[in-house]
Design a protein around this ligand. Sequence first.
Ligand SMILES: Cc1cc2nc3c(=O)[nH]c(=O)nc-3n(C[C@H](O)[C@H](O)[C@H](O)COP(=O)(O)OP(=O)(O)OC[C@H]3O[C@@H](n4cnc5c(N)ncnc54)[C@H](O)[C@@H]3O)c2cc1C
Length: 419
Amino acid sequence: MSFEYSDKTLDLMKRLNAFMDEHIYPNEHRFLAEVAEGDRWQPTTVIEELKTKARTAGLWNLFLPGSERGAGLTNLEYAPLCEIMGRVIWAPEVFNCSAPDTGNMEVLERYGTEAQKKQWLEPLLNGEIRSAFAMTEPEVASSDATNIACSIRRDGDEYVINGRKWWTSGANDPRCKIFIVMGKSDPDNPSRHSQQSMILVPRDTEGVNILRHLPVFGYDDAPHGHAEIVFDQVRVPASNILLGEGRGFEIAQGRLGPGRIHHCMRLIGLAERALEKMCQRSLQRVAFGKPVAAQTVTLERIAESRILIDSARLLTLKAAYMMDTVGNKIAAKEIAMIKVAAPNMACQVIDWAMQVHGAGGMTDDFGLSYAYAQARTLRLADGPDEVHRNSIGKMELAKYAGKDAIRNYMSASSSVSRS
Ligand SMILES: Cc1cc2nc3c(=O)[nH]c(=O)nc-3n(C[C@H](O)[C@H](O)[C@H](O)COP(=O)(O)OP(=O)(O)OC[C@H]3O[C@@H](n4cnc5c(N)ncnc54)[C@H](O)[C@@H]3O)c2cc1C
């Protein structure tokens, strides 16, 4: 693996950094003020204005490797760009590179029919609509996706969907027009991984009831939000099924790779920004006769933050390189490793940054408490740490005992889950 960024990446990094300096950082307060004004669940003008500018500047749809519809970048080339966008929580949307749309667009690109692409992928790529991914359910432990209970039942030329979902991110946004819903189309199939399907459900379909938004540590994440939704006798055409009945797991595996690595890339940017703030504040603030930076404990934390961030970045670049060269499936271990490493790293670095800011770190004045809340959720979203660690551990053990032996050993042990 080469440690050099390509000329194309270096050029885009330069342009992206210039755009951040000119349009994103100066508008951080404006974004918060717009959300606070009037109806919090309406899209902000600032993002819509900046989307036009970003598109004109050629900084648009930078994700989506291996597709003519994207910018023609590999995962490795996209990584440092995604990191730059991640420095400000709302910035990725300006470049049409935000979650959960990037993962959903990849699903439509890889698994959608031409008609599905025309109807949903094109407006998503144009930034005209947004999307949501509805898998997690309140009634079952959803980190084990075989538990998912939502029913997707064929009835003539239609499918009928019944179930309750929660944590469907982005569903509260009025621009969100399409949900990718995971459910069981064949609950009696002896193969536990062939029971599930994914289906496209337009948000305005009769029977889709958005019950409430779920706050994260008290933040509502408006106008994006995370919704609890009931699907009550929701009927969609049979052609809305993705890839085919019983292939939900296959799609989930394909979707979660890109979705996860994008989160990790953004978190590295978020942590880098927190370290920047930690350094600046500790140089200015004087306690007990010297700057906080001169206290050895602060120096230790600054040094440790640099080590943690750079380690996570290298691991993320390696995962991106593996995805590009051997595919998402073989890169599964590296993706799982960064999914554990990056959120834990970001939580630690942001926590130290908040500590350096004293009580100010707990306010919204420095953006650190919100950054912490975001980073902390990613120890759960897209799978809890423990589940990824289990997978990594099993893959390590399989080198010595073989996959089947590990599976048998694990199922004989009552203390280990089925994941
Ligand atoms: C901010 C946010 C946004 C989200 N966005 C989305 C979204 O857009 N779409 C969507 O479908 N979901 C979304 N989620 C949901 C998220 O993916 C799930 O919360 C996650 O997969 C865990 O499922 P669960 O909450 O049901 O936890 P459970 O499955 O109930 O697990 C609870 C805990 O059990 C432990 N555990 C579970 N399995 C194991 C194991 N094998 N070994 C050891 N311990 C284990 C872990 O500590 C885990 O945290 C989001 C969550 C958050 C917080």
